[in-house]
Design a protein around this ligand. Structure first.
Ligand SMILES: [Zn+2]
Length: 92
């Protein structure tokens, strides 16, 4: 059996632009934060937060990037304000 990503999900096709959501870092994460170059690592004690970005270029999905929450702010929120996935905000 080929290994599949654990959190494989259907990506909605209506929004073909880069977007960012804020999530709790999950166990088993080994993504590299593009801002600081360190692993976005699960820490049971601190319940770390991450920002997951779906990056689109010209309406075509390119990649997913995982930032530490602080690093995303440091980077100037390159893919827009991170929405909190559990309670999505509208408007504003
Ligand atoms: Zn970082």
């Amino acid at each position: 059996m080929p290994a599949l990503p654990a959190d494989r999900k259907v990506v909605p096709t209506l929004t073909q632009t880069s977007r960012a959501v804020q999530r709790t870092i999950e166990p088993g994460s080994s993504a590299i934060c593009p801002q600081c170059g360190l692993i976005v690592k699960f820490q049971a004690r601190t319940q770390g937060k991450q920002v997951i970005c779906n990056v689109y270029d010209d309406g075509v999905w390119k990649r997913v990037e995982h930032f530490h929450l602080e690093c995303y702010d440091d980077a100037g929120q390159p893919f827009g304000e991170a929405t909190i996935s559990e309670t999505p905000r509208r408007g504003a």
